[in-house]
Design a protein. Structure first.
Length: 308
């Protein structure tokens, strides 16, 4: 599938994967695709940053190549590594036969057939479906030296392997980088990207997301879940729930055949929306009952107003 030709087409493209995108996000994604630049998405965990790359790859029919970042990530895990076991076998065979000159053996050992392609190198390879979507997920978890290594890739879409030379993509991959901002990403890398902060959605948009992802959910339940989660984000919690937790909570309540929120089913399922015991202890019981009463009153008042 070809790239979207407008912002509206970008919104529609994401909607095919049930991703409800606000126009500013669709705009910066469209520009990143049009300009061939990486897109850096920052925001709290669970707000849908990673999902952008997944939905984009699926909607375009492109391969998704994901590099999950972590502390200590290095070139051998992210870019390439030599197949040392196969090289040792080649050396043993050459020694046993005694036929291969030492110079020929040395050059052969560091040839393409002994090279293990890791995600970043894979993303530079041509594909019949078109350039892949490269997802560099949670870049803020890596060390700064690895971030610095990415500069060549993001500038020229190439990597340099000392034994082989420079490998450059014939067509640049679509690059989506995510960060939860546990540390600041260096300015040099940010300059190579377009940038967007993915915030928690408004109540109306979160309800739209829930409807798109879980159309089987009862309407009353969807409205109450959305309103309750919105209120939770206003509480003094150790970790505010993201959209991912909203969807998990809705799925859990659907499995329990719930048609609306009650004090009992909230207390029974808080562990799907809150992930720290301190937060659960703060909300369960009387606090959950208070929040539920407030949202039911507000939603009922809104329905009466619509009826008038």
């Amino acid at each position: 599938m070809s790239l979207p030709a407008s912002i509206d087409e970008t919104v529609k493209l994401l909607s095919t994967g049930a991703y409800v995108a606000e126009r500013p996000l669709a705009t910066v994604l469209y520009l990143a695709l049009k300009m061939g630049k990486p897109l850096l998405l920052e925001g709290e965990a669970g707000v849908g940053k990673t999902e952008v790359a997944k939905v984009l790859a699926s909607a375009l029919g492109r391969k998704l190549i994901r590099l999950q970042c972590y502390e200590g990530l290095d070139i051998s895990a992210a870019v390439y590594e030599w197949n040392y076991q196969a090289q040792m076998i080649e050396i043993r065979l050459a020694e046993a036969s005694g036929t291969a000159p030492r110079e020929d053996l040395a050059s052969d050992l560091f040839s393409e057939k002994f090279l293990l392609h890791r995600p970043l190198l894979q993303a530079l390879e041509p594909d019949t479906a078109g350039p892949p979507v490269l997802l560099i997920d949670e870049l803020d978890r890596t060390d700064e030296p690895f971030e610095a290594y990415l500069l060549e890739l993001l500038s020229d879409f190439q990597v340099t392997i000392p034994e082989l030379g420079t490998i450059k993509a014939k067509e640049p991959p679509i690059v989506i980088i995510t960060s939860n901002r546990t540390r600041e990403i260096h300015d040099a890398l940010k300059r190579r990207c377009l940038y967007h902060w993915v915030d928690y959605p408004s109540e109306e948009r979160e309800l739209e997301i829930l409807r798109a992802r879980l159309p089987e959910a009862p309407e009353t339940l969807s409205r109450e879940i959305t309103a309750f989660v919105q209120r939770l984000r206003g509480e003094d919690l150790y970790k505010k729930p993201g959209v991912a937790e909203t969807l998990d909570w809705a799925r859990a309540l659907i499995e329990l055949d719930a048609v609306s929120l009650t004090g009992e089913n909230i207390n029974d399922t808080l562990g799907t929306v809150l992930k720290y015991q301190e937060d659960i202890a703060r909300i369960e019981g009387s606090e959950a009952a208070r929040l539920l009463s407030e949202i039911k009153t507000r939603l009922a008042a809104g329905e009466e107003k619509v009826g008038l």
